[in-house]
Write a protein that binds this ligand. Structure first.
Ligand code: UGA
Length: 435
C-alpha cells in the first residue's frame, strides 16, 4: 500500500517508520525543511526507542519526505493520515488552526490523486471536528465529495511516549471510525493488515465522532484513575497507611486492574493534561458540566503543592539549597511538557530556595534550563544532593531507586518522595507523598 502522512512530529514520524516496517510505501509531508531533510537522512526529529533504527532502514527506500503536498499526486497514496498538532488554547480547548491549514493544503491536491484516497484523522480532535470542520474543508478545497471522490476516517492513536514503537507493533485495540464508508474501512483494514494478520488485535469499527471520543475517554479514564488513587493516597497518608499496599490489594480486583494505580505527584506530559482539559471544555461547550473530570484535574494540580507542604513541615527552605531529582514528565523520555517538576520548581522559588536539579536525560535537563535558567543543573545525583537541605523526587527514574548513601551528603536529610522510589531508612527524614 501507499500511505501519505501529513505532519512529522511525534505521532507522524512514529507511524511513518512503523508503516514502512509493515511493508508499506510512505510519503511524509511537512512544512519544515529541516524535518524533511532529517527524515530523508533517516533521522527522527523526535527521540523514541526503535525509531532511528527503522527510519535508517527505510529512508530513501520506501520512506520519503517532502515539503510539497503536490508530490502526493504522483505518489498516489491509498490513504493520507493527518498527524498534525492540536495544541491547547488558554481555556483548555484545542486549537485546530494547524490541522485546518493542513486539510486545506491537502484538499487542494486531493482530487488529483488517482483512485479513492482515504483521509484519516490521526490527531486527537474533539468529537465533530472531522465531520464538521475537516471534511467540509477538504470538500471545499478539492471540489470533491466525501464518500464519492475520497474517504474520510478517524483512527486515534494510543501510543505512549517512550514505548510508541512497541505500542504500535503490539496494540491492545485499533479504532476505525469510518461510519458507513466501506471503502475507507477497507483502506484502514489494508493499512493494518500486516499487524492484524499476525496477531489477534481487536478492531473497533465505529463512527467518526465515536472514534474521536474514544481517544478522549481513554485518556480521561486513565488520568482520572490516577487522580482517584492520588486522592485515596492522600487519605491513606492522613491515617499513616501505605497507599501502595492499598493499591496492590484493590488492583487484584479484575474490575479495577493493577495498572495506573501508582499514586504520587500526579500526571503530566503532552497528552493527559491537554486531553482532559479539552474534553472538559468541549463538554461545557456542548452543554454538560463534567464535574468528576474537573475534580481529576484539581486533584492533579494540588499534588505538587502537597509535596511542598510535606517539605515545609520539616524545613524552611528560604535561602537554602534544595535538590530536585527528575525533570522529565515520566522516566524514559526527554519531554518536560506539563512535568510536575515545573510547579515544584515554581513553588520552591516562591519560597526563596536555591534550586539544584538533575535529570538522567540530557534533553530534559536542557529543556528545563530554557524554562528556568536560574536553576543550577548538575550532571548526577550525588553533587545535586550534596549540601541540600531537602530533596524532592519528582520522576520515577530507576536510578533514583539505587540512591542511598548519597542522601548522607545532604546538610539536612529531608527527602520528600513523590514517586515512591526511595527506601525509607534510619538517618533520613523520609516523607512519601501518599505513604
Ligand atoms: C498517554 C496514554 O497512556 C497513551 O495511551 C496515549 O496515546 C498518549 O497519552 C497520547 O494521548 O498520545 P503518555 O502521555 O506517553 O501516554 O504517558 P503515560 O505513560 O500514560 O503517563 C502519563 C502520566 O501519568 C505520567 O506523568 C505518569 O507519571 C503518570 N502516571 C501514570 C502516574 O502518576 N501513575 C500511574 O500509575 C501511571
Amino acid at each position: 500500500m501507499k500511505i501519505g502522512i501529513v505532519g512529522s512530529g511525534y505521532v507522524g514520524t512514529t507511524i511513518a517508520a512503523c508503516f514502512a516496517d509493515l511493508g508499506h510505501e510512505v510519503m511524509n509531508v511537512d512544512v519544515d525543511d529541516a524535518v524533511v531533510t532529517a527524515l530523508n537522512d533517516g533521522q527522527a526529529p523526535v527521540s523514541e526507542p526503535g525509531l532511528d533504527d527503522r527510519l535508517g532502514r527505510y529512508a530513501g527506500e520506501t520512506l520519503f519526505a517532502t515539503t510539497e503536498y503536490a508530490d502526493l499526486v504522483d505518489f498516489a497514496p491509498d490513504a493520507v493520515f493527518l498527524a498534525l498538532p492540536t495544541p491547547a488554547t488558554e481555556d483548555g480547548s484545542i486549537d485546530t488552526a494547524i490541522i485546518e491549514a493542513g486539510a486545506e493544503s491537502l484538499g487542494e491536491v486531493l482530487v488529483d490523486i488517482e483512485g479513492y484516497p482515504t483521509v484519516v484523522v490521526k490527531s486527537t480532535v474533539v468529537p465533530g471536528t472531522t465531520e464538521d470542520t475537516i471534511g467540509p474543508i477538504l470538500e471545499r478545497e478539492s471540489g470533491g465529495q466525501i464518500g464519492v471522490d475520497f474517504g474520510l476516517a478517524v483512527n486515534p492513536e494510543f501510543l505512549r511516549e517512550g514505548s510508541a514503537v512497541a505500542d504500535f507493533t503490539d496494540p491492545d485495540k485499533l479504532v476505525f471510525g469510518t461510519a458507513d464508508d466501506d471503502r475507507a474501512r477497507e483502506a484502514l483494514e489494508a493499512v493494518y493488515a500486516p499487524l492484524t494478520d499476525e496477531a489477534d488485535v481487536p478492531i473497533v469499527h465505529t463512527g467518526r465522532r465515536e472514534a474521536e471520543l474514544i481517544k478522549y475517554a481513554n485518556n480521561a479514564f486513565l488520568a482520572a484513575k490516577v487522580s482517584l488513587i492520588n486522592e485515596l493516597g492522600n487519605i491513606c497518608k492522613e491515617y499513616g497507611v501505605d497507599a501502595y499496599e492499598v493499591a496492590n490489594a484493590i488492583g487484584l480486583d479484575d474490575r479495577i486492574g493493577e495498572q495506573f494505580l501508582r499514586s504520587g505527584v500526579g500526571w503530566g506530559g503532552s497528552c493527559f493534561p491537554k486531553d482532559v482539559n479539552a474534553i472538559v471544555a468541549a463538554a461545557r461547550e456542548a452543554g454538560y458540566d463534567p464535574q468528576l473530570l474537573q475534580a481529576a484535574i484539581d486533584v492533579n494540580d494540588r499534588q505538587p503543592e502537597r509535596m511542598l507542604e510535606l517539605m515545609d513541615d520539616h524545613v524552611d527552605v528560604e535561602g537554602k539549597r534544595v535538590a530536585v531529582l527528575g525533570l522529565a514528565f515520566k522516566p524514559g523520555t526527554d519531554d518536560i511538557r506539563n512535568s510536575r517538576a515545573i510547579p515544584i520548581i515554581e513553588g520552591l522559588q516562591a519560597r526563596g530556595a536555591e534550586v539544584i536539579a538533575y535529570d538522567p536525560n540530557d534533553g530534559a535537563q536542557s529543556a528545563m534550563r530554557e524554562r528556568f535558567p536560574d536553576v543550577t543543573y548538575l550532571a548526577s545525583a550525588s553533587p545535586t544532593l550534596s549540601g541540600a537541605h531537602a530533596a524532592l523526587i519528582v520522576t520515577d527514574w530507576p536510578e533514583f531507586g539505587d540512591l542511598d548513601l548519597e542522601f548522607d551528603l545532604m546538610s539536612n536529610s529531608v527527602v520528600v518522595d513523590g514517586r515512591r522510589v526511595v527506601d525509607r531508612r534510619e538517618g533520613i527524614t523520609y516523607e512519601g507523598l501518599t505513604w
